[in-house]
Design a protein around this ligand. Structure first.
Ligand code: TYC
Length: 108
């Protein structure tokens, strides 16, 4: 286009126009993490990763062992509301089974 007033800060008519940023097209992303502890059984962590994060057995064991050896690990990346719901559900599930497993989230 020769002239797009929406993107011009000086249109020549003394008026600055700007369209709103399309935030809805790229919502902020959050990684959901599991933290290691000394008490939660490995099988329970694998079950959590399969149930809440839709990982297959092989992926779930890989992530669990990463958390076990490195202290923390990423279960998945989601928009804010989905990440918050995963964190709440995983922590409630762990507590309901008397395990101290902790799930948290961080903005990317
Ligand atoms: N460290 C635990 C154990 O040895 C296993 C474990 C892995 C716990 C990952 C939490 O997020 C976790 N039984």
């Amino acid at each position: 286009m020769a002239h797009e007033p929406e993107h011009e800060h000086d249109s020549g008519r003394g008026l600055a126009l700007e369209t709103a940023k399309p935030e809805a097209a790229r919502p902020p992303l959050f990684q959901v993490l599991l933290l290691n502890d000394d008490f939660t059984p490995m099988d329970f962590v694998v079950e959590v990763l399969r149930t809440f994060f839709n990982l297959d057995q092989e992926q779930a064991v890989q992530v669990m062992l990463h958390v076990h050896t490195r202290g923390r690990g990423v279960c998945g990346v989601f928009t804010r509301e989905v990440a918050e719901t995963k964190v709440t559900h995983v922590n409630e599930y762990s507590r309901s089974h008397q395990h101290p497993l902790l799930c948290t989230m961080e903005k990317l």
